[in-house]
Design a protein around this ligand. Structure first.
Ligand code: GLA
Length: 390
């Protein structure tokens, strides 16, 4: 939605007057490096051009009013800066509330509240980080409204992630918020979550595009199983630490892992750790392949990533496996895998431009026949990170 339209809607809802500012934060897609971010490994996401925008105006009291054009036009939910307790019934507003609460925990003085109107165009439940985008957006709004100029983009990502893990209660890694805060047009971010060192890698995919396929399913299991995987990785790590001097699973090379994995003594935990270690190695290799313009190899690593997420990490689901299998079997498709946390959402595929129409038609008809669901397709455009719209 255009900035002017957001401002007009804002005025309809909250009235005229004062300075109204507009901000935007994108969603993300991860190209490879899945479930490595809470294991000290590498990730390789890029920010999308879709995301969440907001029109905002400071108030003179301590009230914060939230509204969203996605929910029900006109409904305003209010909280006081003096009571930011998590409440289930506050639903989506817990995301921005969580961010405010983290700022307060860090000792930032938020003297006045504000009125805010959100609008997001990330397909819901697609696993493209709509929640991270609203968290990063809120962190940016707070920084800019209250002139907390010492905070850089990484700080914003960290605050936003903390809101998700400590307030909302999903123990996520830093990837989604980092990509939303630091994305750059036509680039993907190669991030080491152990050191927070990162570099931008140009997405030079001559003759190819990344295509997202939204399965339209989001299995309830997702959030609870996510936290289960984290605990499993922690258990495997504890065992490995008895023989290896490591801080996290991804400190191990694949060879080191093979030589000490027997100490884990639990088949499930061994599979989880194996995924983390090998996925981290694959991510590093995939980035080298992309740098060297070896796109076939990049695609093969995407396929291997999917197999590992399906078999070792067990975070895929029949719908996603079906889409990935179809894609991988098609002429002109270099690679295809699930992306994000798993249990539904989207696949990401690297497809030759000349094969995109066939890709769409075939997946569309076969998926409909098999699951009676309509998949959605998006050709990925990578975009810039969170910013004020002027
Ligand atoms: C979710 C989390 C991320 C990351 C991915 C899996 O998107 O929010 O931190 O762990 O799952 O790679």
């Amino acid at each position: 939605m255009k900035r002017e339209a957001m401002i007009a809607k804002f005025k309809e809802l909250y009235g005229e007057g004062g300075e109204i500012r507009t901000f935007f934060a994108p969603g993300r897609v991860n190209l490879i490096g899945e479930h490595t971010d809470y294991n000290g490994g590498h990730v390789f996401p890029c920010a999308l051009t879709v995301g969440t925008c907001a029109a905002v105006r400071l108030r003179q009291d301590r009230q914060v009013n939230f509204a969203s054009l996605n929910v029900r036009d006109g409904e305003i939910r209010s909280v006081s800066l003096d009571d930011l307790t998590y409440r289930k019934e506050d639903r989506w507003t817990n995301y921005p509330k969580g961010v405010l609460s983290i700022f307060k925990d860090r000792g930032n003085d938020l003297p006045y509240g504000f009125d805010v109107l959100f609008y997001g165009n990330i397909p819901s439940g697609a696993g493209l980080s709509s929640s991270a985008s609203i968290e990063v957006l809120t962190a940016l709004i707070v920084r800019d409204l209250y002139h907390l100029d010492h905070l850089n983009r990484i700080d914003l990502a960290v605050i936003a992630q903390r809101a998700e893990s400590h307030y909302v209660g999903v123990q996520c890694g830093i990837m989604d918020q980092f990509a939303s805060a630091l994305g750059k047009k036509d680039q993907a971010i190669f991030l080491s979550t152990a050191t927070m060192k990162y570099s931008y890698i140009p997405l030079r995919l001559t003759g190819l595009h990344l295509v997202l396929t939204n399965s339209g399913v989001r299995h309830k299991l997702g959030e609870s199983e996510y936290n289960v995987r984290i605990r499993e990785c922690q258990k495997a790590l504890k065992k490995l630490q008895t023989v290896a001097n490591i801080k996290s699973l991804c400190d191990l090379s694949t060879d080191q892992f093979e030589s000490c994995k027997d100490v884990i003594m639990d088949p499930v935990l061994t599979k989880r750790a194996r995924h983390a270690v090998y996925e981290n190695a694959r991510t590093i290799r995939a980035v080298s392949a992309l740098r060297a313009n070896h796109l076939q190899h990049f695609g093969e690593l995407m396929n291997a990533s999917h197999a590992s997420l399906r078999d070792d990490y067990e975070v895929s689901c029949p719908e996603i496996d079906y889409l990935v299998d179809l894609a991988q079997g098609l002429e002109g498709v270099y690679g295809s895998r699930m992306t994000g946390g798993g249990f539904g959402g989207c696949t990401v595929s690297l497809v030759e431009d000349s094969a995109i129409d066939t890709f769409r038609d075939l997946l569309d008809s076969r998926y409909k026949d098999r699951f009676n669901l309509v998949p959605q397709f998006y050709v990925v455009e990578s975009g810039d990170g969170a910013r004020e719209l002027k």
